[in-house]
Design a protein around this ligand. Structure first.
Ligand code: CS2
Length: 495
């Protein structure tokens, strides 16, 4: 045995599938007999470790009409890795007890939208395709600071002027809907799987605005004839590393250019509104419900809110992963205070069990096998904090409560953003607001001016009577972080 792992010469693909060791699970269905029924936009690791697994379960259970065509809206990386593997990839589930591997087969084709927008539009207009799923992240929804469709965004302007060569989700969805409508094809259902509150209704509102700007009749059709169920998705999926690739190849005996590594926990709560049909997901643990909102709120506020806080505090305290950060007693105690502040903002009559949920979160964050980088979660804070932190803080103040712990998150966001190029690598994480933040930081403003300008630019708490109070709380935390550092700030806050 050498102590470094050489990549095996052969590649995972349809021909090597049968050569895998017996303990590697694999598709039990004939992939060649599987027809596409879902087009997925945003073919990242999260989709491959979440929705694709439930779809693969259904295909294993003899449903043949729900294969996935996946599309990346920007880069060709995923297609380049998976096309030579016939779309096959390994799902690795890790915890303290070890690692379980399973080859997923439901991804029938991968497309790269910018290379050939028409190929994606053709896939979306196939009458067999009845669901479009999306994991495109918050910023791809193209909301303005006020939360409406950002009609001034250059990509939206382009898509309105060039409907046959779209670049955004709105451009693709509107053109595909328009083509299906002209051809008399049954409309597809659009299922958002992004971490946004009321993600279905939000996407509907934005897409109706886009389609209306294109053509009023199309806007009215989207409004009346397209179903937009909401869904809450949950699974922690760190970016794949070369170490993961080497370890997994050693077990497979063939190489896999892009496996995905994740935790055992897996949850999907979906509003049951699929007029054109859907896979029998509920047979494999998907919760099909009438109202997703309470589940979404609990997840966004307790999981994602603490995740962002752990990420920025962790970065300021030199913790590369969530489990490193969460094993710091100060951060851990802070998170339990944050949860205590957030829990009263959740609906009381929806049958939620936040205590059990946070106890489970503690176990999930402690998973030492999951190398979930704080820098990964730190991306796009300006897009994430409104629903994870700001909305919770506003609800707390409106109910006469305190938002002191919550508001450490935006302060730590600003401090970590400003630390890039100083104590953190320059591009350690990115944010669509980076150019504006750079200007704000360059002014060498005091904490109050910085917090106010950042709130303004990000649209945090826009129009709320509590906005000044949130700016002040953020400013006082930012001041403490700048003067005394994260550790001392936490000690003081927790005293
Ligand atoms: C994380 C989420 O990167 C982030 O912003 O908070 O991706 C989180 O891991 C998932 O929502 C968990 O379901």
């Amino acid at each position: 045995m050498t102590d470094h792992l050489e990549a095996p010469a052969a590649r995972l693909d349809s021909s090597t599938l049968e050569t895998l060791p017996a303990d590697i699970a694999r598709p039990a269905y004939a992939r060649s007999q599987t027809m596409p029924g879902i087009v997925h936009l945003g073919l990242g690791a999260f989709h491959r470790a979440h929705q694709a697994v439930f779809v693969d379960d259904c295909l294993n259970d003899a449903e043949t009409g729900w294969g996935i065509i996946g599309a990346s809206l920007r880069s060709s990386d995923t297609r380049d890795a998976l096309a030579p593997q016939d779309g096959l990839y390994t799902l690795s589930v890790v915890d303290g007890g070890g690692e379980r591997l399973r080859v997923i087969g439901c991804l029938l084709r991968s497309l790269v939208a910018p290379e050939d927008p028409d190929a994606l539009l053709q896939a979306m207009t196939d009458p067999g395709v009845r669901i479009i799923t999306l994991t495109v992240t918050e910023k791809a929804y193209m909301r303005s600071a006020a939360g409406d469709l950002d009609l001034a965004h250059p990509d939206i302007v382009w898509d309105l002027a060039n409907p046959r060569q779209p670049t955004t989700i709105h451009g693709f969805l509107a053109e595909a809907i328009s083509r299906r409508r002209a051809a008399g094809t049954v409309p597809f259902t659009i299922l958002s799987c992004d971490n946004l509150p009321a993600n279905g209704a939000t996407l509907k509102r934005l897409l109706v605005a886009f389609a209306t700007a294109r053509d009023e009749a199309l806007g009215a059709f989207v409004d009346s004839d397209i179903a937009f169920p909401s869904s809450m998705v949950d699974r922690i999926v760190p970016a794949t590393t070369d170490e993961d690739r080497a370890r997994i190849a050693a077990r497979l005996g063939v190489s896999d250019a892009w496996p995905v590594t994740t935790e055992p926990f897996l949850q999907w709560v979906v509003e049951d509104n699929f007029p054109a049909g859907r896979p029998q997901w509920e047979r494999f643990g998907v919760e099909m419900v009438r109202d997703v909102a309470p589940f979404e709120e609990m997840k966004l506020r307790l999981l994602n809110g603490s995740h962002s806080s752990i990420a920025y505090l962790g970065l300021l305290m030199g913790k590369p992963t969530v489990s490193d950060a969460f094993s710091d007693p100060l951060i851990r105690r802070f998170v339990s205070r944050l949860w205590a502040e957030a829990i009263p903002s959740l609906p009381a009559d929806a049958g939620l069990n936040p205590q059990a949920y946070t106890a489970e979160l503690e176990r999930r964050y402690d998973n030492p096998a999951l190398k979930h980088r704080t820098a990964q979660i730190a991306n796009d804070g300006s897009q994430k904090l409104p629903q994870r932190i700001i909305a919770v803080a506003l609800a707390r103040l409106a109910a006469g409560g305190s938002a002191r712990h919550l508001m450490l998150a935006p302060a730590a966001w600003l401090a970590a953003a400003q630390a890039r190029g100083r104590t953190l690598p320059a591009s350690h994480f990115t944010d669509p607001l980076d150019p504006v933040l750079a200007e704000i930081f360059a002014k060498n403003a005091n904490a109050g001016q910085t917090a106010r300008a950042a709130f303004e630019a990000a649209g945090f708490a826009a129009g709320s009577p509590y906005r000044e109070e949130l700016v002040d709380l953020t400013a006082s935390h930012l001041n403490a972080l700048r003067r005394n550092g994260a550790e001392a700030t936490l000690k003081e806050l927790l005293a």
